[in-house]
Design a binder for this molecule. Structure first.
Ligand SMILES: Nc1nc2c(ncn2[C@@H]2O[C@H](COP(=O)(O)OP(=O)(O)OP(=O)(O)O)[C@@H](O)[C@H]2O)c(=O)[nH]1
Length: 179
C-alpha cells in the first residue's frame, strides 16, 4: 500500500506541465528558454521548428517548447497546442510596428479550442533598450484586461540579464499548483 502511495505521489509530483513559448521572430524566445535552463545567454540563430527543454522550479516540472516565430512558421504553431497548460507570449518591447501582429496572434491562440484552458504569461522583453514600451503600455495595447476566460499575467523582463524571468516563472509555478 505504502509503495503504491509513493509511486502515485511521485507520479503526481513529477507531472509535467506543457508550455509553449511563442511570439514574433527576434522577440527573444530562445534567449529566455536558455536563461531558464542555464542562467546564461546563449548565442541564438532564428529557430526553424522548435527547441524543447525541461525546466524544474520548486519541484514543478515544465516541458517548454520554444517555437520559431518567423511569419512562414506561425501557421504551424497550432500543431503544438494540444495539452498546453501555459502559453508564454514574448513581446519585443521595442517593436512598436509589429505589436498589432502580436495582438492578432494572441487572440487567435486564445480562441483556439486546444488552448481554452491555457494560462498566459506575457513577457515584455528587452526592457534594457532605450525607448522600449513599458509592460503597462503593452498591456493596454493588447487589451489584456478584456481577457476573462484565461488567467493571464504580464511581466517586464530583460532576457540578456535574466531580470524579471524568475517572477514570471513564479507566477506559472503558483498557477501550476492550482491544476
Ligand atoms: N537588448 C536585448 N536583446 C535581446 C534580449 N532578448 C533577446 N535579445 C536578442 O534578440 C535577438 C533574438 O533573440 P532570439 O532569442 O533568437 O529570438 P527568438 O524569439 O527566439 O527568434 P526566432 O527564433 O526567430 O523566433 C538575439 O540577438 C538576442 O540576443 C533582451 O532582453 N535585450
Amino acid at each position: 500500500m505504502g509503495l503504491i502511495f509513493a509511486k502515485l505521489w511521485s507520479f503526481f509530483c513529477n507531472q509535467e506541465h506543457k508550455v509553449i513559448i511563442v511570439g514574433l521572430d527576434n522577440a527573444g524566445k530562445t534567449t529566455i528558454l536558455y536563461q531558464f535552463l542555464m542562467n546564461e545567454v546563449v548565442h541564438t540563430s532564428p529557430t526553424i521548428g522548435s527547441n524543447v527543454e525541461e525546466i524544474v522550479v520548486k519541484n514543478t516540472h515544465f516541458l517548454m517548447w520554444d517555437i520559431g516565430g518567423q511569419e512562414s512558421l506561425r501557421s504551424s504553431w497550432n500543431t503544438y497546442y494540444s495539452n498546453t497548460e501555459f502559453i508564454i507570449l514574448v513581446v519585443d518591447s521595442t517593436d512598436r510596428e509589429r505589436l498589432a501582429i502580436s495582438k492578432e496572434e494572441l487572440y487567435r491562440m486564445l480562441a483556439h479550442e486546444d488552448l481554452r484552458k491555457a494560462a498566459v504569461l506575457i513577457f515584455a522583453n528587452k526592457q534594457d533598450m532605450k525607448d522600449c514600451m513599458s509592460a503597462a503600455e503593452i498591456s493596454k495595447y493588447l487589451t489584456l484586461s478584456s481577457i476573462k476566460d484565461h488567467p493571464w499575467h504580464i511581466q517586464s523582463c530583460c532576457a540578456l540579464t535574466g531580470e524579471g524571468l524568475c517572477q514570471g516563472l513564479e507566477w506559472m509555478t503558483s498557477r501550476a499548483g492550482l491544476r
